[in-house]
Design a protein around this ligand. Structure first.
Ligand SMILES: [Zn+2]
Length: 260
């Protein structure tokens, strides 16, 4: 099952309808796809919010359906059961919610965990389930590649003398925020570095609050991570290794002199 198929069947999955085999295949996809896990989570949260907001208004399924189709949430001719509870006021509420949902995450509608999201990405990169978008062992080539891929400033990978040997890089989204990743090794252990705009930390309110402007260490299972703000970036380094080593990599981020 691919992402499209999994997402198409979201409503059956969410409502515990559909056959066992379908549920099993969706579960199986989710076990290997942090992107869909995040997407499913958001869908559920959005639906919960909508259901809360919708009192019994005059049914206007046609209009409501058009709003949903336009938002890309449902396919045309969908008959989601909560469409029946909709009305003009509900549409207005939904549009506001959709804007919130599609735009800048607010602390009211999100409770994202940057450690969890990056840990999932790291595992996929480290196991090869997620192929590196760009493969190179050259710091400068990797830096140059990322500069053309993301709209925010990204500095070069940590120098090799900080222990990080880069293998490649790519882009991803973390809680709907654009991010870049650098994949490599510290000693022989896979380590990934995730870079975002520092402003993107707003999508992770509880982590931002816990940081107090300092480097924050976390652990998810056997994965260690360190998160800090460096210049205009929020940077998270994750791997199954001594957090002191990750800390060293984090502090070395962007210290490579520019010779271009
Ligand atoms: Zn997927």
């Amino acid at each position: 099952m691919n992402c499209n198929e999994a997402r198409q069947h979201w409503n059956l999955y969410h409502d515990s309808e559909g056959d066992v085999e379908l549920h099993f295949r969706i579960e199986e996809h989710l076990a290997n796809c942090p992107g869909c896990v995040e997407w499913f989570h958001k869908q559920s949260r959005l639906e919960d919010l909508l259901v809360q907001k919708l009192a019994a208004h005059t049914p206007e399924p046609e209009l409501w359906n058009r709003v949903l189709v336009a938002s890309g949430l449902v396919k045309p001719a969908s008959t989601r059961r909560w469409i029946l509870f909709s009305g003009m006021a509900a549409c207005a509420a939904a549009v506001v919610l959709l804007l919130l949902w599609n735009g800048r995450p607010s602390s009211a509608v999100t409770a994202n965990d940057i450690v969890e999201l990056t840990s999932n990405w790291h595992e996929r990169l480290a196991t090869g389930k997620e192929p590196l978008q760009f493969r190179s062992q050259s710091d400068l080539e990797v830096e140059d590649y990322l500069r053309h891929q993301v709209s925010f400033p990204v500095r070069c990978p940590p120098r090799k003398d900080a222990g990080f040997a880069v293998q490649g890089a790519g882009v991803c989204r973390l809680a709907d925020q654009p991010a870049a990743y650098l994949a490599g090794h510290v000693d022989m252990t896979p380590v990934s570095i995730f870079v975002m705009r520092r402003e993107s930390l707003a999508a992770f309110p509880h982590q931002r609050a816990a940081m107090h402007g300092k480097i924050q260490r976390s652990r998810a299972g056997s994965l260690e991570s360190v998160l800090g703000v460096i210049d205009r970036n929020a940077v998270l380094v994750v791997g199954r290794t001594d957090p002191d080593k990750l800390d060293r990599v984090l502090r070395a981020y962007g210290t490579y002199p520019h010779h271009l």
